[in-house]
Design a protein around this ligand. Sequence first.
Ligand SMILES: [Zn+2]
Ligand SMILES: [Zn+2]
Length: 220
Amino acid sequence: MICFLCRTKNNERLDFSNLFERPHLLCEKCRIQLSECKIMTDKRCSYCKGRLIDGNCMTCEHLSDCLVRFDHIYAPFCYDGLMKALIQQYKFMRDVALSEVIARYMIWPPLMYDLIVPMPSSPDNDQARTFNPVKYVLNAQGIDYCDILIMHNRHKQFDLTKKERFRIANRIALKDEINLENKRILLVDDIYTTGRTAHNAAVKLFHSKIRKLDMLTFAR
Ligand SMILES: [Zn+2]
Ligand SMILES: [Zn+2]
């Protein structure tokens, strides 16, 4: 088998010890490098898993105007090293087969939710990319999801009045009238950077009286 990422030939033999395991998609070297991208939670913000500077999380400070919080944010990998290379090749070089790799090596939380919701990207982005990176990974893992959020395209700022700009600061919206009352939801995104988009989605979901909202990001 050939490593999906570095394309070297993998000479792993099938024997009784690995006969019943799913076959590896990455060579051993790439798997080791990937495991080095796992986030050690003790040196990270307990909420968003961001890097701490003098004990403070800058991401959370920037979000201090936001009134909603996820119950739990799962961020198993940092957006660095091999994980960064993997996501960049997947997302920006459109190497769609890598959705299988991300699905295979992701650390999935127990999926005890009423709905799994992929974070939307703007139609402009999806069209340019020709696929939605989060949905492809969920498909690869065989996870049923509900595509209930949309993201509006970014308007050119100079076309807008100040009032309009404020109104569309949150470009995320619920697709249609769907009853989310008391639902437990897992929101899934590929990269969590500032957390702003995730929290914009959370605002809209909490507005629909959901019971619990967790977040999984493939990389942080
Ligand atoms: Zn490799
Ligand atoms: Zn934080």
